[in-house]
Structure formats: structure tokens, C-alpha cells
Design a protein around this ligand. Sequence first.
Ligand SMILES: *Cc1c(COP(=O)(O)O)cnc(C)c1O
Length: 368
Amino acid sequence: MDGNIRKHMSRVYNFSAGPAALPIEVLQQAQAEMLDWHGSGMSVMEMSHRGKDYMSIAAKAEADLRQLMAIPANYKVLFLQGGASSQFSMVPINLLDTKKKADYLLTGQWSKKAVAEAKRYCEVNVVADTSSSNFTTVPDESSLGFDAEAAYVHYTPNETIVGVEFPYIPDTGDVPLAVDMSSNILSRQLDVSRFGVIYAGAQKNIGPAGLTIVIIREDLIGHADPAMPVMFDYKTHADNDSMYNTPPTYSWYVAGLVFDWLLKQGGIAAMEATNKRKAEKLYKAIDDSDFYSNPVARNCRSWMNVPFILANAELDAAFLQQAAANGLHTLKGHRSVGGMRASIYNAMPETGIDALIEFMKEFERTQA
Ligand SMILES: *Cc1c(COP(=O)(O)O)cnc(C)c1O
């Protein structure tokens, strides 16, 4: 699955957190179909979203995603816009119904934003807050006490910035679980039935920016506050197969190419095995050295976003510059954390991890 990246010497290993690398096979297929999609004489970008051709593209993408994630029949899949950030509002607007409060786990910068937005709509009960560890931990599962009267529980299974990933799914009983899976959707197998709403911006592990995917249990649709904009009501989109207005057609199409590619790789079980191996070898290289370190507790290190810092931060600029010269790009850490961050989503081939590790060892050898 390393693609034929070596045949495209101008291509680099791109460790961007998002928008992120796409599989080269997907880009090549989009390129081949750019001017004339399947004999239609037009680009997918130029098609009516209500035409037969585009409807078939949209339907296949949804069917493939349903197959990949084994999405149960009583869940709708919505292809929306507005990013994960819009879901920070759509979740409370739609899930509160007659209730007035919701439970949130605060485990990083993204859940912090979700909490701030929810406070505009309801009373937010922060059930766990890991800020005292600089967000390098997740709460103990046994420490979580949820409010049975809460409309829903929200958390962020993978915090993209610090690289913290929950090793468990919180048990919230009958209270629906709403999750921001922007940076770890499709990275490992998942029991969708544990969740009420799963949402993700596409630009990390799905496809191009501009598309936001929402997977929602049907009984949670139809309870939006009627004073809110119609575009923020899940029912508007569910009733219209995500075509109430013009959807992000091209991003939806490319996401469909990614789903097809994932199925050809062996589906999510195969990706899970590869992702585990990729992450473990990178963490091992970091842990085996005194030159690099990762601050995250070992039980919750992300498989997708791997931050690491150099013992001497004065070498950061040289590291980034030499890495880029070796074809390893976008490794600069988030401004709030510093150091480096390697985002290693599904489209990052294992050869990219190997090349990064080799470079890190060489840099350490020449600088230490
Ligand atoms: C990137 C990211 C977001 C922001 O997504 P947008 O689509 O830009 O709104 C939200 N949550 C998580 C976990 C992310 O990684």
C-alpha cells in the first residue's frame, strides 16, 4: 500500500495534520477522470448534483462508507458543509430537545471549542477536565460520572493537537454519545451502534476540505429547536439525502474514491493493523532516544497524530529544514505545543514512517 510514490519524485511525504495527504491512487484517478467522468463529457465538478451521473457517485460513496464502517440501517449518513466546527453548534441545537443540559469531556483544544460553543445553547457539565496535565492524559474510565438527565454526552476521541486518543468508549447508558471523530474516523474498527452522533471534517482522514460527514441514529433526528436556521437541522438534510441545497459535490466524489481505495486495501481491519504498526514503530523510535520525546501518557497516545519534541528546541528549525530537504514535509508542531508533529493518517504509507525514523536517527547522530 505504499502506492507508487517513488515513481513521482516530485511528491513528498506530507505529515500535515489537515488538510492532509491523500492516497496517490485516488489523486491519479481524479486526474484521469478530471475532464470526462466515465464518458459523460464533463468533470464531476461541472455536473448537476441532481443528475443521474452525480446521484450514482453520491450513492456509491455512501454505500461504500456504510460497508467500511458497518453502519447499522437505523443510522443516516449526511454529507454536509461547515466543518466539524459547525457540528459544535448542530449537536446541541438538535440533541437538546426539551432538555437543558449536556455532559462534556474536556481533553484538549478541540473539545474546549465544542464546550464553548455548547454553552451558547445549554448548561454544560464538564464531567472530566485534563487541562492540568496539559491535555496529555485521558480521564480514568472508572472516574466518569454522567448525569442521567443530560441530553447527551460529547467527547473528542482523538485530540489532534496534543495527540491524545481515548483507548475506550465511555459507557453513558441510555444517554446518546456525540463524538468529534475528525482526526481518527476510519483509522480503526468501531462499533457505530455505541454512538448517537459521529461527525468528522473530511480533510484529515476522509478526503478534501469542504465536506463534513455526520453519522446519526435516526431517532435523534427531528428535534431541532425550530427557531434555528433550517440548514442547522439534521432533518433538513436527512429528508433530502443531503441535497436540500448544493452539496460539496467534488469533495464528496473524492471522498468516495477514498472509500473505494480503502475497500481495496482490505477495509478498516487492514488499515487498523497498518496504523497500529506505523504508530508503534514511530513511538518506539521516539522512546528509544534521549534526543526526542513525546509527553503523552502511554495508554492514550494517538495512532494518527504523533507530536515529539527535541531535547534542544534550538535545533527545531534545522530539523524542519533538513527534513524538508529529505522529502519529509509539514512536520512543524502546533503553535500551542511546539516541537514537531507527524500526522500519519491512512494515506501516509508505511514507507513514509520508515523514512521519517531513518531521518530522525541520522539527525540525532549528526547533531547530538
Ligand atoms: C481539525 C479538527 C476540527 C476542526 O475541523 P473544521 O472542519 O476545520 O471545522 C475539529 N475537531 C477536530 C478533532 C479536528 O481535528
